[in-house]
Design a protein around this ligand. Structure first.
Ligand SMILES: [Zn+2]
Length: 340
């Protein structure tokens, strides 16, 4: 048995079944998890699509359940591949919906939140040198994607550090922002299992996207200063690295993570390398974050402009914090220069 199959078999023995649900996104399938416990619990839902709903119904049926049997739906974070179907499933089943308390107001006004997020992203892209035609194209894509998600009414807000008690297990609710502001992981310390969603993914580095803070007013324009998503994410990974009683992290995409310390150390090394590369690029020139992204990734910096911009800014934040790079503003555009 492969290591991944063995890990999934261990999860299944603990009553946790991985349901792979298709998404229209580049990331491929999303892993939702069915906890055969009391209440019958589903972690994450897949996107708001007929294809995803059909796949979920088939996956539930293979375990002898129907959508109507669900009693609790838990949301790991605000991304549409994880929460898109939640409201449909909750309406059909009458299930309670649990999520991080800070996510509840955002999820209740999903469309307003997404609109405000787009405006926020546009302001960040403008400040960092992304030309208008690229910004408009990205906004159009984002708007066409919006309906893969949907409004969610959270009936059980979860405080960070609190416990979610099911008949056969107790899950500790841990806030791990970085990949998104609402990333929440659930730790069953007794079994050494973490439901990790997108906080840690084995085969890809979870992108710390620069996101509008969950508590920012919906109509207040961009908040002062940009959130330091990578700094936040590294702090979250440090907290996870220090956790005891973790044998298995069940991820939102790809295979389970069986050595979270080794994976986190690999991520730390990768981020160090990238920061060094960016510092090297700034050796003799002042560049915008968009120019840095183009140097690093060429045309991908255009087609995935916000993703790559977030990646560059995350590393620049680390270099600025170390005093090795300074940020200079001129005519509304930020440029970065090396100090050493
Ligand atoms: Zn995500």
């Amino acid at each position: 048995m492969s290591e991944a199959a063995d890990a999934l078999a261990r999860a299944a023995a603990a009553g946790i079944h991985c349901l792979a649900i298709p998404t229209p996104f580049q990331v491929g399938v999303v892993n939702c998890y069915l906890l055969e416990d009391d209440p019958l619990t589903l972690l994450d839902s897949g996107p708001n699509s007929g294809t995803a709903l059909d796949a979920l119904e088939q996956a539930l049926a293979q375990r002898g359940h129907r959508v109507e049997d669900l009693e609790l739906i838990v949301v790991s974070h605000q991304h549409m591949d994880h929460l898109g179907l939640v409201s449909i499933l909750a309406r059909r089943s009458g299930a309670e919906v649990a999520a991080l308390d800070a996510l509840a107001p955002w999820a209740a006004r999903y469309y307003d939140g997404m609109q405000a997020d787009d405006e926020f992203a546009n302001a960040i892209m403008t400040e960092h040198g992304i030309p208008e035609d690229i910004r408009l194209a990205l906004l159009a894509v984002s708007q066409s994607y919006r309906h893969w998600g949907a409004t969610v009414t959270v009936t059980r807000p979860l405080a960070p550090g609190s416990e979610l008690r099911l008949r056969d297990r107790t899950l500790r609710v841990l806030h791990r922002p970085g990949h998104s502001p609402s990333d929440t992981i659930f730790h069953d310390a007794q079994r050494g299992i973490v439901l990790g969603a997108d906080h840690l993914i084995g085969h890809i580095s979870s992108n710390p996207l620069i996101s509008r803070p969950l508590d920012a007013p919906l109509d207040g324009g961009p908040p002062p200063g940009r959130p330091h998503a990578l700094v936040t994410y590294l702090e979250s990974m440090r907290a996870t690295r220090a956790m005891e009683n973790v044998d298995l992290v069940l991820a939102g995409h790809g295979e389970p993570v069986t050595d979270h310390v080794a994976l986190i150390d690999e991520r730390f090394r990768g981020h160090d390398r990238r920061a060094r590369n960016i510092h090297g690029l700034l050796g003799e020139q002042r560049l915008t974050a968009f120019e840095i992204a183009q140097e690093l990734w060429g045309s991908v910096a255009v087609t995935q402009a916000y993703l790559t911009l977030s990646e560059v800014l995350g590393h620049v934040d680390l270099l600025v914090a170390d005093g090795r790079v300074v940020e200079q503003h001129e005519d509304g555009v930020a440029r970065f220069a090396a100090t050493s």
